[in-house]
Design a protein around this ligand. Structure first.
Ligand code: ZN
Length: 462
């Protein structure tokens, strides 16, 4: 698994370097220190059980390099975290620092990374990044598809908008805990040093909505003004479709009592990282659904068509969700791909959201028939309802039908016609046929009219 946590610097109450003299596993340190975030810090020598990169904790230099300058994440309180150059000998005005393999500086991915060969290759990784306002914690567990090379880790952190980023120790020592997200990655080996963060009670920890309600994030794909994803004839734009579908599905889900958060609620531009950050910021999020239309071929029309759903990999809640949605979509009779559920661990939003995630490719906007559907309001309405139903099926939420205008609910006042029918039958002026059917929409003959007038006369009503 991979986890990215963005923490506002202003939300950090205290940050500390924890020296793990007792070689304790992460869970024990968390239990004892009660941090909000804990992560592996410096490289260390497993034989000597000491750091091999410059580290300073609470004013005490734990390790200093005699020859080289190192870039470090440094701080006094934590809220003031910034990059510093630690000179040979380790003298630095800050109370704490952790230096390690520099990945990004001044927003620029470093062209060459400096690390020992034993750290190379695809491994689990931990990294810390800083933006002007955020502390970014990254961890990817070992032996998973998310394990990566230091260079891939660098590129990933650069894409998160880090002004500065440092890779920490990893491999068997990927130890990462994020309380708010329920993340506990415990490496096979303990970490010799860790960074612990405690957040303010009124900090972003508290801003995260804790959902007792079933909660779904709807992600309208692409940004407003994106002109690249369109039909070959330029009459359809994917960003507009995705936003419209998000609104339609949202209305259905909210009617059924599901809390809905949209990553792109309006005509704006939102990065992929921000979309995931919205989802990862919701504690107990049940499902993330990204809405798109598909494309194939070059710039012209192509024959590929049909609905499909993409998930990170087989199994689990994500596959159940995709299947439930697919079942309802099939009922609408819309064209579905022959292999409608696709496993794709490379899709960004599937990879970087902690909650089960499904990305729907509704149809191909590069196929003439599909594009006509994608533009059609009634097709959108029927597919959006089917998808909302699939989502509620999966989440075990009862479906609340839409109240139509023809059948007013029990609370609405009777119409004048209904009042008139009630009165005229009570008086016995109109009685219906032998079966008691009033045949309200059938034409009235002159004979029937005469009978009704006669009854009114007998009743003294006229
Ligand atoms: Zn798309």
């Amino acid at each position: 698994m991979v986890h990215l946590e963005r923490t506002a610097l202003s939300a950090i109450r205290r940050a500390a370097v924890y020296v793990n003299t007792g070689k304790k596993p992460l869970s024990e340190i968390v239990e004892e220190q009660q941090p909000d975030i804990a992560l592996t810090a410096a490289f260390y020598d497993p034989g000597a059980w000491r750091p091999v990169c410059p580290v300073k904790a609470d004013g005490e230099i734990l390790f200093a390099d005699r020859e080289y300058n190192y870039w470090a994440v440094a701080w006094d309180s934590g809220a003031d975290a910034a990059e510093v150059l630690v000179p040979p000998g380790g003298a630095c005005g800050r109370a704490n620092y952790v230096a390690n393999c520099l990945l990004v500086r001044q927003g620029t991915p470093q062209p060459k990374l400096y690390y020992n060969a034993d750290v190379a290759g695809r491994r689990g990784r931990v990294a810390v990044g800083l933006t002007d306002t955020e502390w970014i914690t990254y961890g990817a567990s070992d032996g998973s598809g998310d394990a990566c090379t230091p260079e891939a880790c660098r590129d990933y952190m650069a894409r998160q908008g880090c002004r500065f980023a440092v890779m920490m120790d990893g491999g068997r020592k990927v130890n990462l805990y994020v309380r708010a997200a329920g993340v506990m990655m415990e490496g096979k080996d303990p970490s010799q040093t860790l960074i612990l963060l405690w957040l303010r009670d009124d900090g972003n920890k508290e801003e995260k909505p804790v959902s007792d309600q079933t909660h779904v994030v709807l992600d309208a794909g692409h940004d407003a003004g994106n002109l690249a994803n369109k039909s070959p004839d330029g009459t359809y734009f994917e960003h507009e479709f995705a936003l419209d579908m998000a609104k339609r599905i949202r209305d259905h889900l909210e009617r059924c009592g599901v809390a809905v958060t949209e990553t792109r609620p309006d005509g704006s531009a939102v990065s992929l990282a921000q979309r995931c950050s919205v989802a990862n910021g919701i504690v107990g999020l049940d499902l993330f659904v990204s809405l798109h239309s598909n494309a194939a071929g070059g710039s012209g029309w192509s024959s590929a068509r049909g609905w499909s759903a993409y998930i990170y990999g087989a199994g689990g809640a994500r596959e159940q969700a995709a299947q439930a949605i697919l079942t309802r979509v099939r009922e609408t009779g819309t064209a579905v791909r022959s292999a409608p559920i696709v496993y794709d661990p490379a899709l960004y939003v599937l990879k970087h959201t902690a909650a089960p995630a499904v990305l729907i490719e509704h149809a191909f906007h590069t196929n003439a028939e599909d594009a006509a559907n994608l533009k059609d309001g009634s097709w959108r309405a029927s597919v959006a309802e089917a998808e909302a139903r699939g989502i509620t099926d999966h989440l075990g939420v009862a479906w609340v039908p839409e109240t139509s205008q023809e059948t007013p609910g029990p609370d609405s006042a009777p119409t004048e016609a209904e009042q008139a029918v009630a009165w005229i039958t009570e008086q016995g002026i109109m009685q219906g046929n032998e079966a008691g059917d009033l045949m309200l929409d059938a034409p009235l003959t002159r004979r029937q009219y005469a009978v009704m007038e006669y009854r009114k006369h007998l009743l003294g009503l006229q």
